[in-house]
Design a binder for this molecule. Structure first.
Ligand code: NAG
Length: 109
């Protein structure tokens, strides 16, 4: 997970904080604006496919894993490695709060 993509994720979510699920075309526009095309060698279609498979475009999806970690948001970012959710062991490589990756109205810790 690159810093650029995390910035994109946060801005994507900020722009759509009233929606639980984002429309595929709206996500495509945002990812295009954030110049995600080609990031890490993946096409825009790859990123859309990832979001569909991981969360079905559900911005607030949170999933608990068998190791006690959690996956957050549209790309199901894992708390064990990438973000800090303050409730499971994390390396927090991206130095971000998991909450910001799965934010929606009514979100609580
Ligand atoms: C999105 O995910 C959240 C948390 O996992 C779940 O409670 C909610 O029902 C889901 N919303 C939709 C529209 O699937």
């Amino acid at each position: 997970m690159t810093r650029a993509l995390l910035i994109c994720l946060v801005s994507c979510l900020a722009a759509t904080n009233q929606a639980i699920r984002i429309k595929r075309c709206d996500l495509a526009k945002m990812l295009h604006q954030e110049e995600v095309e080609g990031l890490e060698g993946y096409t825009l279609s790859d990123w859309l496919c990832l979001a569909y498979v991981e969360s079905n475009f559900n911005l607030t999806k949170v999933n608990e894993n068998t190791d006690g970690s959690f996956d957050y948001g549209i790309f199901q970012i894992n708390s064990h490695y990438w973000c800090n959710d303050y409730r499971s062991h994390t390396e927090n490589i991206c130095q971000v709060d998991c909450q910001g990756l799965a934010r929606a109205p009514g979100w609580e810790k």
